[in-house]
Design a protein around this ligand. Structure first.
Ligand code: APR
Length: 239
């Protein structure tokens, strides 16, 4: 691990246009469940029953229970030191932007300014029918929109298209990137899992488990996001 931390720190030290692509594993160290590891959401729940438009339209009670649970849990979590280190790298001009699959808003709370939420957010809500914005309290109380429509988080459900702006900004950032850093994702979900490979620059992957994509990265750190980011920062401080 020490050698991979050293190599990663060397690449990051020289970066002036790094792009981060993050997934649920980055938030696990803040106490937020991921999806596909042994303790993830999809171990006990079939995503088709809760994270699709069909689930919203035909089984709203289960849909609402799943998202209301996650929204409520967010009140108990905070960004960890790894999120803060990433925000600091942006401030120092090393990290150009964060493109995240995460819907928890922890990057922004930690201070990251340029964050592209590729799978939306569960911190904002709207009417599924007319699109009118609604507050968290209305969603948690299971109110309906004055138009009669059901309320939902602004999360991208399976089968829905990704937010055009977040996607295009990520593509544009990757064109200029001098380093891609991927943290805490199984790289199982398209089209985000293609993003790291759209560039010709160096790539670093930090993940707790192997995913089968490791050999497509210049550096693979098998470890927790928090520990790895702290170790890299300590290495940078020692330079
Ligand atoms: N540090 C680093 N990696 C971790 C940690 C940790 N503390 N904990 C878990 N991981 C790894 C897991 O081993 C796994 O490979 O993070 C990865 C998380 O993968 P997923 O659970 O599949 O999450 P993600 O890749 O973000 O999922 C993509 O799928 O269900 C949809 O919309 C949802 O955005 C999500 C998308």
């Amino acid at each position: 691990m020490e050698e991979t931390i050293r190599r990663a720190a060397m690449l990051i030290k020289g970066a002036r246009n790094m792009v981060l692509i993050s997934g649920a594993g980055l938030s696990v160290d803040s106490g937020v469940k991921d999806f596909r590891s042994s303790s993830g959401w999809w171990r006990n729940i079939d995503p088709r029953t809760v994270a699709t438009v069909e689930a919203l339209e035909w089984n709203y009670d289960l849909f609402h229970e799943f998202y209301a649970t996650r929204v409520t849990q967010l009140k108990e979590v905070a960004p960890h030191r790894g999120h803060s280190i990433l925000a600091e790298w942006e401030k120092r001009g090393m990290l150009a932007c964060v493109s995240t699959q995460n819907v928890d808003g922890l990057h922004q709370i930690a201070g990251s300014q340029t964050v592209h939420e590729l799978h939306g957010t569960i911190r904002e809500f709207r009417c599924h029918d007319c699109g009118r914005p609604h507050g968290e309290a209305a969603f948690l109380k299971k109110e309906t929109c004055p138009c009669g429509g059901k309320l939902r988080p602004n999360v991208v459900l399976f089968g829905e298209s990704l937010p055009e702006d977040a996607w295009q900004c990520t593509i544009d950032a990757l064109k200029e990137a001098d380093l891609v850093l991927v943290i805490g994702t199984s790289l199982q979900v398209a089209p985000v899992n293609q993003l790291p490979f759209l560039t010709r620059c160096r790539r670093i992957f930090i993940n707790a488990e192997e995913t089968g994509y490791e050999d497509r990265f210049d550096v693979f750190i098998k470890g927790r996001a928090l520990d790895s980011l702290v170790a890299i920062q300590e290495r940078l401080d020692a330079e």
